[in-house]
Design a protein around this ligand. Structure first.
Ligand code: SAM
Ligand code: SF4
Ligand code: SF4
Length: 366
């Protein structure tokens, strides 16, 4: 039966202004800090809520079957609207921008989106993809101005990879995509690996072995309790510490400094000079204190936390001719009132029941 996700509680244009009635005309731009003194530096843009995979930890097939109703295409922000919102975020301090989804390469205008964003000066622009369609698009994306890319790849074992992608993925296509990215000069190439106990953890060392010395940076992500539909269980999380010890036992690792404050991955290099790997410990070592990230969904809803239950939709305002000053005022106000620190609060209580009103990750942008 067709299901429509109806848990997106949207706060209106007026209600966010009511949060601070003294704010009537906000025109000033520049750095803005939230209630925990965190600046806004990073924007993730989900350009589409659809995907050609059904990874059970993200979009389980039993929920997102053939009849599932995704966002209507007319609600997708256009490349011009995406560029405009990104430009406004930059005026508030954003310097890093990641295009994601759903699967961003399913958008037919993805090259136009990237090329528009690339026209914004001084932006560190990246894209995250499952890689299935990358071989055919890497050259155009590079020519459109994309510098670096993250490709998700949970295992090199055919059967395990198939299972992790909900029986949709083909490992050979992804590897062709990785190779195409290398050939056209997207750099660095990062490879995201979500690790789930008894699903793909036994294939981790092979994956590291394959990419060691290739220049690609493998990053292990702890399986997170995002959304409400993946049936997350704490006992399926393989912590970064466990993985790091396993890898270090085989190839000695040494920690290196983060590239910048707030970098989510803890970086390590192989002592024998064969490159770098990273660990994203969102569950075991939350990094909310340095979280400088907002998210924009394909339909123009802005979220300030991956675990948000609500966001603010700016699509209607964009289409009704809202001025830049009005939109900047809204974004400033939203960030100034931000209190999010879900992962820290979750802390050790990871067994508690998942709130049924959270927005799914593929929707707000992973
Ligand atoms: N479809 C693209 C992809 O898979 O790379 C982009 C969107 S996906 C939501 C972005 C990242 O989120 C992927 O690397 C994926 O593995 C990760 N992800 C999705 N669900 C997750 C979960 N429950 N825990 C940890 N990471 C997750
Ligand atoms: Fe699709 Fe990416 Fe989610 Fe997998 S993780 S279902 S590829 S959006
Ligand atoms: Fe940022 Fe929310 Fe994740 Fe904490 S839980 S790091 S505030 S996105």
């Amino acid at each position: 039966m067709a299901r429509r996700e109806n848990r997106t509680y949207l706060m209106g244009w007026s209600s966010i202004f009511e949060m601070n009635s003294s704010v009537t005309q906000l025109t000033a731009s520049g750095d803005v800090k939230d209630t925990w003194n965190r600046p806004l530096r990073d924007l993730r843009i989900s350009v589409i809520d659809r995907c050609n995979y059904r990874c059970p930890y993200c979009m389980p097939d039993e929920v997102y079957g053939d009849g599932y109703e995704f966002l209507p295409r007319r609600h997708w922000l256009t490349p011009g609207e995406i560029k405009r919102v990104a430009g406004l975020f930059m005026q508030l301090g954003v310097t890093k921008l990641r295009v994601t989804g759903g699967e961003p390469l399913l958008r037919r205008d993805i090259v136009e989106i990237v090329s528009g964003l690339n026209e914004l000066p001084g932006l560190d622009l990246a894209l995250t993809t499952n890689g299935a369609l990358l071989a055919g698009l890497a050259g155009e994306l590079k020519a459109a101005g994309l510098k670096r890319i993250t490709i998700s790849l949970d295992s090199l074992d055919d059967a395990v990879f198939k299972q992790m992608s909900g029986e949709k993925g083909n490992i050979a296509n992804v590897l062709k995509g990785v190779e195409a990215a290398r050939i056209v000069g997207l750099s660095p190439i990062k490879l995201n690996v979500v690790v789930q106990k008894s699903k793909n953890d036994h294939t981790v060392l092979d994956l590291v072995d394959h990419f060691r010395g290739s220049g690609a940076i493998v990053r292990f992500i702890e399986y997170m309790d995002v959304g409400t539909l993946n049936g997350w269980r704490l006992d399926e999380v393989v912590t970064s510490k466990v993985l790091m010890e396993q890898i270090d036992e085989r190839w000695s690792l040494k920690p290196v400094e983060p590239n910048y404050r707030g970098e989510v991955a803890q970086r390590y290099v192989f002592e024998d000079g064969q490159g770098e790997i990273g660990f994203i410990s969102s569950v075991s070592e939350p990094f909310c204190g340095d979280c400088h990230r907002a998210r924009l969904s394909a339909d123009g809803t802005i979220y300030t936390c991956l675990f948000a239950k609500q966001g603010i939709c700016v699509r209607e305002q964009l289409r009704a001719g809202a001025s830049d000053a009005d939109l900047i005022g809204l974004l400033q106000n939203l960030w100034r009132h931000r209190t999010d620190r879900y992962s820290e609060q979750r802390g050790k209580e990871t067994t508690k029941k998942v709130s049924k009103s959270r927005i799914e990750m593929y929707r707000m942008g992973g």
